[in-house]
Design a protein around this ligand. Structure first.
Ligand code: MLT
Length: 313
């Protein structure tokens, strides 16, 4: 009798390279991980589950996956996985921490340029049959100050790219030394100082109980009224109600937001503000990032299912 092939449940759309990298020795099944009932029904019998950000592998889902040996997140963070619950259940958790850092950094730069030059609004206006030039007068980034909150892998890539535009970069990151910042051509500052100096504030922090709401009313009150804020990191780092208020009252001028406290979110109060540019969690959505993430986690899943050591990515 043939031995049963391990079952890998693919709970979100992943690149075709992912299934190729999983190889022929596993059986793949698919489910829409955002559909909670379907997910809970599909988990029993799965040895591994592959997810992105829309599937919540919380304690209930982990308990439903009674055959699970590994949860693999094709992306950077692990905030939609209850890691302690997985560990308690003996389930390994793997991710692909560098797979999409370039894509996330590039989207951040796209938001910064969109805000400075009103590209999305001008595009919508022209396609709507209008020819308005003065309405979309922008600002140069040259010699303006970029404030980077979190000078980790993605923050450092954003800093390097925006320095090419001639921006001065200040960063807040209690874990980065002045020497490392110096290598990157960045000046370290306290959070308050950064908020007061920056023309553009971009946040690149993981989502933890300490960082949720890290940019809220108190922080917007410190910013210049001409400043804009960008969040391509995690939903909830920027308080959405406070952001709506800060934009409505002119406390700040604009916001480029890719991630939301609850996803999908298609109708938040600040969406209608002319200074808001929003995208539906696209930071990692490039062919390259999806291929890197999918292949990296597929390799880790194969190793984990074979009972081999999974090296840190
Ligand atoms: C990540 O954590 O890398 C991304 O948010 C993954 C995704 O886009 O689903």
């Amino acid at each position: 009798m043939n031995a049963r092939k391990p079952v890998v449940l693919i709970a979100e759309e992943l690149s075709p390279a992912t299934t190729q990298a999983l190889g022929p020795d596993v059986e793949t099944r698919s489910v829409d991980g955002a559909d909670r009932e379907a997910l809970l029904a599909a988990l029993p019998g799965a040895d591994a589950v592959l997810i992105r950000s829309a599937t919540h592998m919380d304690a209930e889902a982990i308990a439903a996956g009674r055959d699970l040996k590994v949860i693999a997140r094709a992306g950077v963070g692990l905030d939609n996985v209850d890691v302690p619950a997985a560990t308690a259940a003996g389930v390994m958790v793997v991710n692909a921490p560098t797979s999409n850092i370039i894509s996330a950094a590039e989207l951040t730069c796209g938001h910064i340029l969109s805000l400075a030059r009103h590209i999305p609004a001008a595009n919508a206006s022209l396609k709507g049959g209008e020819w308005k030039r003065s309405a979309f007068t922008g600002t140069e980034l040259y010699e303006k100050t970029l404030g980077v909150i979190g000078l980790g892998r993605i923050g450092a890539l954003v800093a390097a790219r925006m320095k090419a535009f001639g921006m001065n970069v200040v960063a807040y990151d209690p874990y980065v030394t002045a020497a490392r910042a110096g290598q990157l051509g960045v000046t370290l500052a306290s959070l308050d100082e950064l908020l007061e100096r920056a023309d553009v504030v971009t946040i690149h922090m993981p989502k933890t109980p300490e960082t949720v709401g890290m940019l809220g009313a108190e922080q917007f009150a410190r910013m210049k009224s001409s400043a804009v804020v960008v969040n391509v990191a995690r939903g909830g780092l920027v308080d959405e109600a406070d952001l709506a208020e800060a934009l409505a009252t002119g406390q700040i001028a604009g916001a480029g937001i890719d991630v939301f406290a609850s996803e999908p979110s298609t109708d938040l109060p600040f969406f209608s503000h002319p200074g808001a540019v929003v995208t539906p969690h696209l930071g990692a959505s490039t062919a390259e990032a999806q291929e890197k993430a999918g292949v990296a986690v597929a390799k880790s899943v194969r190793l984990a299912l074979a009972g081999e050591l999974v090296p840190d990515a």
